[in-house]
Design a protein around this ligand. Structure first.
Ligand code: PGU
Length: 407
């Protein structure tokens, strides 16, 4: 048989979330009482939306499907996305500062993050916030831009610690020249949201060091503090050093519908002066055939006045869950907690403990699934991430059960 891609051999066995799901199933199999309602396992683990798509946005999806059954309304391949959706995204999220062909409609942020590294190849140095969403690092390993697991991290990845000591914003002097830097705000997993001053410093450092930022804004609609920027493109100069990925998953409950977008400004150029935008169009045209036209119809509905009100309502609901979780962790006396105010994640520290041990303790004592912080990078050790995506009654029950961790 032919040889295996050595990059795949480099990657650690399981992607974080399937591993959590495996442990959950193993626990459930060993504890038949979890089949009973009162002992059931509640997930505050993977950030997966739980609430129904709200009526106006849902009507957009239904209408999109209905049109496909008509001669006038039928559509096939749509390349980089519906022109009207691209224009609407520019108007709603970027004050119209991008042309439609700078906005590429995708089947989700994760999928674009996975494809983006095709632009830079295996030779580019990669830097991440530590901790960070695992796809940035795992995707880099698969692309050959990072090497084998060393026990504490992957060879070739520059981990920029984001801890309580630096207020969860990295020391930018550690950023390598000419690197690709994944930056996520509001952050998954820490829930920390970068300020305008911090993002200005980030853009300044990127321009000086010729770094390209991939800014992941998947949780931007959770920002409630009006002083906090929702996009890297709120910062002057960002068009020359950043790509932004975003998604309808978390604001509109489209985790299963699949719809996102990526902004690649025309000003963005490689070291040789070539257009990154033109290359991205080429890559997408070659290996991606566009997002579902039904999903795009839903996306259009999500961005009109009624849809935006529904987005606000849905995010407020999950933020309400986040507030409950945060409060119950505070009651436990956990001193280091971030997030939950402008993000759906709460990041809590259990000093001196191994993250997976705390994960197991919470699963065993409370029948609650969480995410171990060490799965997000070396600096995540001793932390647990709590996701606010859940039905209210489940979150309330989980919060009540967390009291069993006392003492
Ligand atoms: N970007 C960030 C920062 C995310 O946290 C997630 C989902 C995505 C992108 C994915 O967006 P899509 O548009 O839906 O592709 N993070 C969740 C789900 C786990 C996963 O593997 O994506 C989480 O629990 O971290």
């Amino acid at each position: 048989m032919i040889n295996r891609n050595p990059c795949i051999a480099n990657i650690k066995a399981g992607y974080l979330f399937p591993e959590i799901s495996r442990r959950r199933k193993e626990f459930a199999a060993a504890h038949p009482e979890t089949a009973e309602h009162s002992h059931r396992i509640i997930s505050l683990g993977v950030g997966n939306t739980t609430e129904p798509v709200l009526p106006h946005i849902n009507a957009g999806l239904v209408e999109g499907a209905r049109k496909l059954g008509t001669v006038e309304g039928y559509s096939g391949y749509q390349d980089e996305g519906l022109q009207s959706l691209r224009e609407k995204i520019s108007a709603v999220f970027y004050k119209g500062k991008f042309q439609a062909d700078e906005i590429f409609i995708s089947d989700g942020a994760k999928c674009d993050i996975g494809r983006l590294q095709l632009l830079f190849g295996a030779g580019v140095p990669v830097a991440v916030q530590d901790p960070s969403y695992p796809v940035y690092v795992d995707g880099s390993v698969l692309a050959g831009a990072a090497g084998a697991w060393t026990g504490t991290g992957y060879q070739g990845i520059v981990y920029l610690p984001c801890t309580a000591e630096n207020n969860y914003f990295p020391d930018l002097s550690l950023l390598p020249e000419k690197s690709l830097f994944y930056f996520c705000s509001p952050n998954n997993p820490t829930g920390a949201t970068a300020t305008g001053v911090q993002l200005e410093a980030l853009v300044k450092a990127a321009l000086e060091k010729k770094v390209l930022i991939v800014f992941d804004a998947a949780y931007s609609e959770y920002i409630r503090d009006p002083a906090l920027p929702k996009s890297i493109f709120d910062i002057d100069g960002a068009k020359r050093c950043a790509i932004e990925v975003n998604s309808f998953s978390k604001p509109a409950g489209f985790t299963g519908v699949r719809l996102g977008w990526t902004v690649v400004p025309k000003e963005l150029k490689y070291s040789g002066g070539e257009s990154v935008n033109a290359d991205w169009a080429r890559v997408c045209g070659t290996i991606f055939n566009g997002a579902s036209n039904i999903a795009q119809a839903g996306g259009l509905a999500a961005l009109d006045a009624e849809g935006l009100t529904e987005i606000r309502r849905l995010c407020d609901f999950y933020l309400g869950n986040a507030a409950l979780i945060r409060e119950s962790l505070e009651k436990l006396g956990i001193s280091s907690i971030t997030g939950g105010d402008n993000s759906p994640y709460i990041w809590a520290r259990f000093p001196g403990r191994d993250s997976w041990d705390v994960f197991t303790e919470i699963l065993e004592k409370c029948h609650v699934v969480t995410t171990p912080g060490s799965g997000f990078g070396p600096a995540g050790q001793s932390f647990i991430r709590f996701s606010a995506f859940g039905h209210r009654a489940d979150v309330e029950e989980a919060c009540a059960r967390l009291e069993r961790l006392k003492g």
